[in-house]
Design a binder for this molecule. Sequence first.
Ligand SMILES: [Fe+2]
Ligand SMILES: [Fe+2]
Length: 339
Amino acid sequence: MALSSAKSKNSGDMKPSGESNYFPISPETLNPNALTDFKVYLRHGNHYVLYTKEREQFSEHLKKKLIENGIGTVYIPYDQQDSYESYVFDNFEWILNDTAIPLDVRSKVFLDTTSKQVCSIFQSKLPAVDETTLDGVRHLVSSSLNFLSTPGALENIGQFISHDYETFTHSVHVFTYTMSLMQSLAKDWEEEAFIEVGVGALLHDIGKIHTPNSILNKPGKLDKEEWETVKLHPVHGMRMCTNVALSQTSLNCILFHHEKFDGSGYPSGMKEEEIPLPVRIITCCDVYDAITSKRAYAPAQAPFAALKIMSNEMKGAFDLDVFKEFIEVLGKTREKSGD
Ligand SMILES: [Fe+2]
Ligand SMILES: [Fe+2]
């Protein structure tokens, strides 16, 4: 992960210099109504000065004082990183929806937090998804829904999206694009349906835990046997979720996200409207994110080139209505970012 686990020596209020002992955060993300289980420091030159202690409320007054003084960054010791991450997880919905917090800050918190959680699921190499993991994923999805439907959110998140392919960041990107497309193509659906699709999008590649890294990261073309191994990941993913109360909608997203509109996909070869709408949406977002990311066997393509590949070289693979709407959604993003 981006943040290292370097340790700090917490003795006294004035800390010696040592950039690696602390990591920066925006004070805007600290909720005055929540107790924080970590110390918050200000930086003066090469020194770090204690501002609030553990279990001390980061009151509105303390927060205002910082903002009035133009202090946009505070620091937390790396050895309290877990406490800070738990705080963000617990206050995720509040942070994402507090319009007093700049959109840039909220977008970063969204990407960092969802990526870290999904990364820890992949790194745990659990043979099966358990209830605690599923509850965590549901919490992330339900807390993000309102934020992701905010005008400008997708554009803003887009500027922070990395184009280095990792299965966990890919899952977060697919989730983000999918929720935006759902808002256009399934706007009348219940919130619970959105949550189920979001959970399916975040977990769609979970079965890759069972795919050897030597195959996933192979620089060249896969041979027939390796390709057959890769093609098992949707079924592995579904099997990993059989012991938890996962909805049929979420399971469909995991099992069928490599089906193609013309019936040429796997594992079942179903086609057209036989493939549920959320799956057709995920399929489109999945391929787009893969092509626009740098993978072991191919460089990242620019958005326009990726869409061209999808419409020319992969003709028939996608539901055209979904694909057209996807271009619309991305177009709005690019207009705003001036890209
Ligand atoms: Fe996949
Ligand atoms: Fe994928």
